[in-house]
Write a protein that binds this ligand. Structure first.
Ligand code: FES
Length: 102
């Protein structure tokens, strides 16, 4: 099975108020520009981590079972996240969050 990733980006009310829509547009642009195969993007309404938003979690064959969670996303770092995480497999450590149960 080829490597794959599934990105869940929150565009719920709280994350949108923190800039999720701008990050979404940047992410869509980067995924198209970099022509990443086997990468799926799904929008969700809440990941239950509103205080850390905007949030995303990435699951996939190269990710930990619990996924890789990012918070505090900013539009200007989406290209870095795509280049570093999705293309090189290196986490963007300063945006990593540990999800808390709610
Ligand atoms: S609205 Fe995004 S985590 Fe709740």
């Amino acid at each position: 099975m080829p490597d794959y990733r599934h990105i869940f980006l929150c565009t719920g009310k709280t994350c949108s108020g923190q800039g999720a829509e701008e990050s979404l547009q940047a992410l869509r642009g980067q995924l198209q520009e970099k022509n990443l195969k086997n990468t799926r993007l799904t929008l969700v309404r809440c990941l239950g981590q509103c205080g850390n938003g905007p949030n995303m979690v990435i699951y996939g064959s190269q990710e930990p079972t619990e996924g890789t969670w990012y918070g505090g996303l900013v539009e200007d770092e989406i290209d870095l996240l795509v280049s570093q995480h999705l293309r090189q497999g290196k986490i963007l450590s300063h945006r990593i969050i540990t999800p808390v149960d709610v």
